[in-house]
Design a protein around this ligand. Structure first.
Ligand code: AMP
Ligand code: MG
Length: 339
């Protein structure tokens, strides 16, 4: 299959028309969103949704997020909207925020990975909302990477993974947030945070009170445990490079990197000037938003430069830092050294 790329900066209307045509024909199209690029298909067309799983090589028990263009699109997808969801939607949507509820009969088991719940997001990205609106159906869309590799934050990385697998990629430049949406489940009360992202735990707690942070957010899932979010049990965001997170001050980190051979440092902006080994930077220290915007590109750069052993600076887990730590600890296969 030939994979076409259309840029929205120069050809917005053509991008919208071509993407709509393909999606309404039951095809899969990669689209830009403010979090990362997504692989979008008609939620109500099971064959189209199956093509997403095939293109990504995604396990069929890992459910997809359903994207809507306006709050009114939510009701038909779920069995009642909890009061807290209304409050959250009012305050945050459109946003990098996915809310899980009991699903209605309109959501097939293919989309929900056989769960009785559905994950729904109203994205901020204008193109994403325009394409949902013009297709006239909610779009099921996971991240547009091959299963297991870092989520793509620009059209080139989508092309690297999806060339020949899907007919069209819409190029909308770099994703603003750079990591996937916050996922929080309202299928239970108090609600449970399953994946940290662009809307932070602190902001949500301030609005609706107690939120349980699922164990798998910051820790490795124990052998045999059932994942509240199936995505959390799979190896994720993993470059070929062998990463270890180093929890220490910068001086200790520098000594470690420089005392061993063939180390690549994965460090904060500016620190590369004080290190004598090869470095990849992933944003400013104590600035979760600048780290999240850089993280996945930086992970892909490690592989592009052929990095082997990588020592990574450890981000703070407050605010947006929690989302960064959640991805980075998985890329490191949960290897962490506290010095
Ligand atoms: P992605 O589509 O790559 O952003 O991944 C979506 C994430 O949301 C995965 O980790 C899924 O396991 C999770 N997810 C989607 N739907 C549900 C659901 N109904 N219950 C729990 N987790 C879900
Ligand atoms: Mg993903």
């Amino acid at each position: 299959m030939k994979t076409e790329v259309i840029n929205i900066t120069t050809e917005y209307e053509k991008a919208l028309t071509e993407a709509k045509k393909l999606i309404n024909d039951g095809e899969v199209v990669a689209i830009p969103t403010e979090t990362v690029y997504g692989l979008a298909a008609n939620t109500f067309n099971e064959d189209a949704v199956k093509k997403i799983f095939m293109a990504k090589g995604r396990p069929s028990d890992n459910p997809l997020i359903v994207h809507i263009a306006k709050f009114e699109d939510l009701a038909p997808l779920v069995r009642g909207i909890p009061e807290k969801v209304k409050i959250m939607a009012e305050k945050f949507w459109p946003a990098p925020l996915t809310m899980i509820m009991k699903k209605s009969e309109k959501i097939s088991n293919v989309v929900s990975g056989n769960l009785d719940t559905v994950a729904v997001r109203l994205p901020k990205s204008q193109f994403a909302r325009d394409i949902i609106e013009s297709c006239g159906v909610p779009l099921a869309a996971p991240s547009a990477n091959l299963s297991g590799s870092p989520s793509p934050t620009n059209a080139k990385y989508v092309f690297d993974d999806m060339n020949g697998r899907i007919p069209l990629i819409i190029d909308g430049g770099s994703s603003e947030i750079g990591v996937e949406s916050t996922v929080i489940s309202f299928a239970e009360d108090p609600p449970r945070l399953l994946r940290p992202g662009g809307v932070t735990l602190e902001e949500m707690t301030e609005l609706i009170g107690e939120i349980v942070v699922d164990d798998a957010v910051l820790n490795q899932l124990q052998e045999g445990a059932v994942a509240a979010s199936p995505g959390m049990k799979y190896k994720h965001y993993a470059p070929t490079a062998d990463i270890t997170l180093i929890k220490s001050d910068f001086e200790t980190f520098k000594n470690l990197c420089e005392s061993e051979d063939n180390v690549t440092a994965f460090c904060f902006d500016g620190e590369e000037n004080s290190l004598s080994c090869p470095c990849v930077t992933y944003g400013k220290e104590n600035d979760g938003f600048s780290q999240s915007a850089r993280l996945f590109d930086a992970l892909r750069e490690l592989d592009e430069m052929g990095a082997g052993k990588v020592y990574a600076r450890c981000p703070d887990t407050k605010g947006m830092g929690m989302a960064v730590y959640n991805r980075l600890i998985r890329s490191a296969g949960f290897k962490i050294k506290i010095i």
